[in-house]
Ligand binder design. Sequence first.
Ligand code: BG6
Length: 473
Amino acid sequence: MKKELLWGAALSNVQAEGGYLEDGKGLNVYDTLEIQFEMGQNIQSDTSVAADHYHRYKEDIAHMKEMGFTAYRFSIVWSRIHPMGDDGRTNEAGLAYYEEMIDALLEAGIEPVVSLVHFDMPDHLRTTYNGFLDRRVIDFYADHVSVVAQRFKNKVKYWITYNEMNTAFYSPRLVAGAEKPENMSDEKFHALLTHHTQLAHAKAVLAIKKANPDAMVAGMDAYTTVYPYSCRPQDVQAARFTDNMMNNLTFDVMVNGEYPSYYLSFLANRDVMLDLENDDMKTIKKASEQLDYLAFSYYQSMVVQAPEESEDLGVFQDLLLKNEKKKLFNPYVKANAWGWQIDPLGLRIALETMYERYHKPLFIVENGIGIDDQLTENRKVYDDERIAYYQGHIQNMLDAIKIDGVDVIGYLAWAPIDFLSSHKEMRKRYGFVYIDRKDDGTGTLARIPKKSYYWYKKVIASNGEALENDIVY
Ligand code: BG6
C-alpha cells in the first residue's frame, strides 16, 4: 500500500486520568455517574484513581512511542479547563497540563488528535441547566472550545468536536449532560438533543477554524453497521430506518448543512418542530462548508427485525428495545463476553458506505475489543483474542482502501492502555498495556505490555502489511 496512514490509538481522558479533583478540576458527568451494571458486577471503580494516567501520562506516552505511534487521540477534559462551565473562569492549571501532554507527544513524533467533549461536561451544567437540552449550554461550550483552540492552535492540527454525537439520545446523561423531562415526548427530546448538539458542533468548528484556518476539523459518529435480520422487506425497511436515525442523521446534517427529508418528515408526522432560532441554519451551513474529514468509532454490527404484528415501525427506539429484548444476534458473527458482535467486514462496509455518501476523508478513531485480560504469574498477558480482532479489522480497512478506493486518514485502536469502561468497569480491558489495577481498588498501577503490544508495533512498522500473529512473547 502506497499511502502512509496515521497509526496509533485513542483514549478518553475522564476514563483514564484519575486525579478527579486535582489542580482545580471540577466534577464532570462521568465522575458523578452512578454505575449501570453491564455484566452484573457489584464493584464500582471510581475516577479518583482510574488508570492514574493523570500522573503517569509520560510513561504511557513512552510506550506509545515505543510502539511507533504516529498519532494519538485523547480528550481535553472540559471540567479541567472550565470547572463550572458557566462562570467564565478558566483553570490555567488545566490548560498547562494538556499543553505539557501535547508537547510530550510532539517531542515523541506523535501527532495529537484532540477530542473536545467526551463524557466530560462540567456536572454543574447538567444539574443547573440539564446539559445540552438548554441552549445556553451551547454557548458555554463554544466559549470553552474557543479558549482551547486559541491556546493550542499552533500545536494541534487534528480536532474532533464531539465524541460520538449520535449517541446523545441513547445515553443522554453521559453524552449530553441531559435527562428527558417528565412531560416531554421521546420525539421532542430527540429533536432538541439533535439540534442543540448539531449547533454545538457547528460553533466548535467555526471557533477552531477561526483560531487556525489550516486546522483539520471533524465531527464524530459511533458507527454500527446495520443489517436486516432477514430478507423480509419489512426487515429491510426497518434496518434502513434504523440506519438513517442511528448512523446517518448526524453526518447528513454536518456534511450537507441541512436536515434530511427523512428526518423532517419523521418529526412532522409526529407534530414535532425543530427548535430553530435566528441564524441556526446559517451557522450549521457555514460549519458544513469548513468540515475537513469525518471521524468515527466502530466496534460491532447489529441486526434489526421489524415488528411482526404491524408494518408501522413506531418510534425507532421502541424498535431497538424490542430487538434488544428478543436478543437478536447475527448467527454469522461471534461476540465478545459482553455480547458485542465482532464483525470485521462490517468495518469495510461502514467505510465504503460513508465514503460513497459523503466523499470526505475518513478517520477511524476508535476500534477495539473489551476483554477480561488475565495477568499470569510471570506478569504476562496473552491477548491473542485481541490480536485476532485487530487482524480482521485492519485487513478490512486495507481492503476498503485498496479495493473500494476509500480515502482513509488513519487508524486509531481503542486503546493504548487499560482504563475504566463507560460503565466504570476496570475489568473490561481494551489496552495494549495492562494496568495493574482491579475494580476493588487493589493493584500497583504498574504498566505491563501485553502480547498485542508487540504485535501492533510490528503492524505499524509495516504500514499494516505484516498482520501475522508470529510474536514470541
Ligand atoms: C465508545 C466511547 O462508545 O466506546 C468510549 O467513546 C468507550 O469512551 C468505548 O469506552 C467502549 O465502550 P465501553 O462501554 O466498553 O467502555
